[in-house]
Design a protein around this ligand. Structure first.
Ligand SMILES: [Zn+2]
Length: 122
């Protein structure tokens, strides 16, 4: 269906149930951001994490943004635009790292900072 022949549903996603303590933007992109080229649209999919309880994250791919294909944005441009989307990624005020929104303890702090600074146990 898509020009590249890959469907986001078939993309490999190994369930990440362990907390990642150090992430760079490049790693976030590698693990959690996918671009799908369609005839009309370039769509960027991002992993959204939903916690059913403290130990059972469920991950689903969400379409974070779409740009008209005729603009011919580069994959890098599309992916970094998705990273800047606060609906999907947040920067922790404590450690300054960008993390998936689902890994934020609250609006300001990521889960690993909450663990080490506030004694919160996940
Ligand atoms: Zn943090």
């Amino acid at each position: 269906m898509s020009p590249t022949g890959t469907c986001w549903r078939d993309m490999d996603w190994t369930d990440k149930t362990t907390m990642v303590t150090t992430t760079t933007d490049a790693e976030l992109i590698r693990d959690f951001v996918r671009v799908r080229r369609e005839p009309e649209w370039d769509r960027v999919f991002v992993v959204a994490v939903k916690w059913q309880d403290c130990h059972s994250p469920r991950s689903t791919w969400r379409c974070a943004l779409a740009r008209p294909a005729r603009l011919n944005r580069s994959e890098y441009e599309l992916k970094t635009a998705a990273l800047a989307n606060r609906k999907y990624f947040r920067v922790c005020e404590e450690c300054g790292q960008r993390v998936l929104r689902g890994w934020m303890h609250d609006a300001r702090m990521c889960m690993s900072c909450a663990e080490s600074h506030r004694g919160v146990v996940y």
